[in-house]
Design a binder for this molecule. Sequence first.
Ligand code: ADP
Length: 259
Amino acid sequence: MVPVCPGYGIKERLGEGGFGTVYAIKVVKLSPGMSNLDLLEEEIYALSQLSHPNIVSFIEVVEHKSVKHIVMEYCGRGDLRKFLNFHLELCATVPESRIKSIFVQLLLALHHCHHSFFGEWSLLHRDIKPENVLFSENGTVKLGDFGLSKILEASQQQAISFVGTPGYLAPEVFAGKRYGAKADMFSLGCLLYEMCALDAPIFSGKDNKQPIQDRIPDTFSPEVKSLAGSLLQHEPSKRPSSADLLSRRYVAEWLREIS
Ligand code: ADP
């Protein structure tokens, strides 16, 4: 997967627990012609405003030899890409209970970004993909990498830049139209599909005319299948928002199961 807008940075583990807390650091890698520092400032600002158990915690920014480093909570159990690859190698389906747990935690993180962030303003993540879904040492799901995030007036369709990762991009982003929080909801649907089908991203250019629901194995419940179908609707207004989903009875049930 090649990001449309290149990201920056590497992660380093600072040390092994025991005597202290372990943090992750993101170091800026400057690439020619890119305003990485502007991107970094946006990422730092977005992360510093967010405080949620399912979002990677921002600790501080440290400048060393003119290079900025974002210090953040370390998520020691890897990312969703590694988790999916592990299951793929074993040819083992991810249990539905695990998928529901990962899904609702991401939903809570996105709801915080879209609705609870900074009063009238909302934050679009714009790069929801398995690599940016992390697991902390105790297995809690943490949404990370706010490097492409964008602050918008709540409920408005404003973002117009074509950023994100092919395979997880909503059709309106691809079409260069204005878009809003429903574009993140589409990407969340892509993740749900990928966790169930253990397949390449649903919109990877494969010529597959089968309806989305039918591409998810029958071992999954009709609720999960129809949820994926509704999030992956072409028309943004037909997709549920995070608030819509949180008011559904079965989602409340999934939330009870993780608490
Ligand atoms: P980039 O913006 O360069 O893509 P990311 O922020 O997406 O960088 O991070 C790249 C990878 O580093 C992630 O896919 C994940 O595996 C790992 N990573 C990112 N943040 C953390 C963290 N806080 N703790 C542990 N690993 C992390």
